[in-house]
Design a binder for this molecule. Structure first.
Ligand SMILES: [Zn+2]
Length: 295
């Protein structure tokens, strides 16, 4: 089977000593040198396939005594050589870096083709605008481009302080997956990502809180009102970027079909940019959301 060999992404091709070559430095893959091997490896550019390289090598590397296809296959098993055909494909234009990353960690880059297909919608107030803008830039760079889809797969609901619970009514009614992002004093809470009827919802979260804070139902009623005069939160630029990045990571995991950290869980970012905290949100016995599940 022919392929388009490329040297390991981001790794320099080096001479280690008189009898060895080395690909990369982290920690590096050591290869026994053979006559003609170094000039052969210098022909590899991710554009020529094995047959083409074999033909060029026959002409230009007279002392090459090794079977080219066999050596390249061997180096591929070692991880010194990759197959560049895996980095391109239908519906993956502009995602070469993503494809090299997925390939290098041993996954199938084909999963990236789902990114242009996923539809997102953002419901955000003025206070959450810049965080959402940052997340959208990262998502667009990562191949998620339907950021204002009329038929979204996920609705992100971002707000400064806890939002009015009214904003969750429609996505719950429509069975639309939704993800709250709350800029809360000195940190940003992401989650729980709600799949209506399948995972614990924001009402479950509120009912659990009401179990230990009897005033919570009365407080919930007032959320999202009188926010005009509120002092802006104490989340600095770096933490805001960190939270936007975590939001993008969650959305990409959803697009790629990988494990989500906010399903039935909350993830808090801050107050320091590197601070992360997660906690579980369980179904509440008196929430009606799991009736949807039974229906
Ligand atoms: Zn619920």
């Amino acid at each position: 089977m022919t392929f388009r060999p490329a040297i390991r992404p981001g790794a320099p091709l080096l001479r280690r000593d008189a009898t060895h070559l080395q690909v990369g430095t982290s920690p590096g893959i050591v290869i026994a040198d053979r006559p003609g091997l170094l000039p052969l490896l210098r022909l590899i550019d991710g554009a020529r396939d094995v047959d083409r390289i074999t033909a060029i090598a026959r002409e230009s590397i007279p002392d090459l005594a090794i079977p080219v296809a066999e050596v390249l296959a061997e180096l591929r098993i070692l991880g010194a050589v990759f197959d560049a055909t895996r980095w391109s494909g239908a519906r993956r234009r502009g995602l070469d870096a993503e494809a090299r990353h997925v390939d290098l960690i041993g996954d199938d880059p084909a999963r990236l083709s789902r990114r242009p297909a996923i539809g997102l919608a953002f419901h955000c107030d003025a206070g959450a605008r810049s965080l959402v803008d940052i997340a959208q830039t990262v998502l667009a760079d990562s191949g998620v481009t339907r950021l204002d889809a009329p038929d979204p797969d996920l609705l992100v609901i971002a707000s400064r302080a806890e939002p009015s619970r009214g904003v969750f009514e429609q996505p719950v009614r429509l069975g639309l997956d939704h993800l709250p992002v709350v800029i809360d004093e000195d940190r940003v809470r992401i989650g729980p990502l709600v799949r209506p009827g399948h995972t614990p919802c924001v009402s479950c979260h509120d009912l659990h809180r009401g179990d230990w804070d009897r005033a919570w139902p009365a407080l919930v009623h007032q959320l999202g009102r009188h926010t005009a005069g509120m002092t802006p939160p104490a989340v600095d630029a770096v933490t805001s970027h960190a939270a936007a990045l975590e939001l993008a990571v969650e959305v990409l995991a959803l697009a790629d079909g990988r494990a989500l950290r906010t399903l039935g869980r909350c993830l808090a970012v801050g107050p320091e940019p590197g601070d992360r905290m997660t906690w579980q949100v369980a179904f509440h016995h008196s929430c009606t959301c799991d009736l949807l599940r039974a229906a």
